[in-house]
Design a protein around this ligand. Structure first.
Ligand SMILES: NC(=O)c1ccc[n+]([C@@H]2O[C@H](COP(=O)([O-])OP(=O)(O)OC[C@H]3O[C@@H](n4cnc5c(N)ncnc54)[C@H](O)[C@@H]3O)[C@@H](O)[C@H]2O)c1
Length: 330
């Protein structure tokens, strides 16, 4: 499938009202696809698909139900499987079992539907959480059934490992082309604000804009992460399928990292706030450095650009979005 081959093809996006999924849906529409968005709005927002609602078909329901998944994926020639329960570490750390069981249930339903309908190509979102905490700083796409996944996201990481393994079986038994991607830290406007359960960037943006003082940051602040805007993550996913990528799992992230302290400083500077920053060493900060080895991604994408939204611009977009949607204490 080349760039234009999405034209008039029916493409389903599970989790299509979510952060990454809504950008995937937009990118697919721009490339001429007929897009089916499947979501239960448990975390995704109706406002994320408001601008495209007349151009998509919305199939609303809970993918934990195998019957719903079968009906929802009917007719899809390509499937982007992005639905999952994913919150920040504040949630994951105390809900490993619940997160694992929910994601397992959704994945089982979706994979059974895929096995039945046999779309031509599937892209499934795994996660960098499949990697062990004690691996190298720059993470290569190694096999992941040795040791435990990232412990802060233990249940989530196992569900993603299981998903990857089930997909390998699906590939072998049903001859379906499958791309498995392992996104790292993806951020952007369109996140649902879920208080202490949010990911790092949404939580920090909210605290700083709400005028909290001091702003308490988990860990030393010296831990380093790589951040990619959801629009770029979505473009890459769509492009990988356009290029018929179905090789080994591929990281989506960048090798360059920023410390959490510098991230906080950037959000404060861009927003014009200057709260005191306190680092709470009693809170988990996860592994020290998370950098994405991008060798495989670069090989898969050729000269297709990975990062088109610089971090500062992404933060600006997020701050603007927060002010419009949640300003005045909404
Ligand atoms: N954002 C990141 O940093 C990141 C990193 C690694 C992996 N991922 C993975 O990428 C995918 C997309 O992530 P995101 O950040 O857009 O998450 P998100 O939470 O914004 O989107 C997930 C969507 O799935 C929907 N959903 C959840 N359970 C459902 C169910 N039972 N039935 C129907 N819909 C359901 C939610 O309502 C939401 O719209 C997920 O699989 C996630 O695990 C994300």
């Amino acid at each position: 499938m080349n760039h234009s081959d999405y034209k008039n093809r029916t493409v389903a996006v599970t989790g299509g009202a979510g952060l990454i999924g809504s950008f995937v849906a937009e990118e697919l529409l721009q490339r001429g696809a007929r897009v089916i968005v499947i979501d239960d709005f448990s975390k995704g927002l109706r406002s994320n698909i408001e601008a495209i609602k007349s151009d998509i078909e919305l199939r609303e329901g809970d993918l934990e139900s195998a019957a719903f998944a079968r009906a929802a994926l009917a007719g899809a020639e390509v499937v982007f499987h992005l639905a999952s329960r994913a919150y920040g570490v504040g949630y994951s750390a105390n809900h490993h079992l619940e997160t694992m069981l929910h994601n397992e249930q959704v994945n089982n339903s979706v994979l059974a539907a895929i096995a039945e309908h046999r779309p031509g190509h599937v892209l499934a979102a795994s996660s960098s959480c499949v990697y062990r905490d004690d691996g190298p700083d720059t993470m290569r796409e190694v096999a992941v059934f040795e040791g435990e996944p990232e412990m802060a996201n233990w249940g989530y990481g196992w569900a993603k490992r299981f998903l990857e393994q089930k997909l390998q079986v699906l590939v072998r038994e049903r001859s379906i082309q499958v791309a498995i991607v392992r996104p790292f830290n993806i951020f952007g406007e369109r996140s649902r604000w879920v208080g202490g359960y949010s990911g790092a960037i949404p939580m920090l943006v909210k605290r700083i804009l709400d005028g909290e003082d001091p702003v308490v940051v988990w860990g030393s602040g010296r831990q380093r992460r790589n951040y990619l805007h959801a629009h770029d993550c979505a473009r890459i996913m769509v492009e990988l399928v356009a290029r018929r990528y179905s090789d080994s799992p591929v990281n989506i992230g960048t090798e360059d990292t920023i410390s959490v302290a510098d991230l906080v400083e950037s959000i404060c500077r861009i927003s014009g706030h200057s709260p005191r920053i306190e680092f709470d060493l009693s809170k988990p900060e996860g592994r020290f450095i998370k950098s994405a080895d991008s060798t495989r991604l670069r090989a898969a994408l050729g000269d297709y650009p990975v990062k088109t939204v610089p971090l500062e611009e992404g933060l600006r977009r997020m701050l603007g979005w927060y002010q419009v949607n949640f300003g005045d204490g909404n």
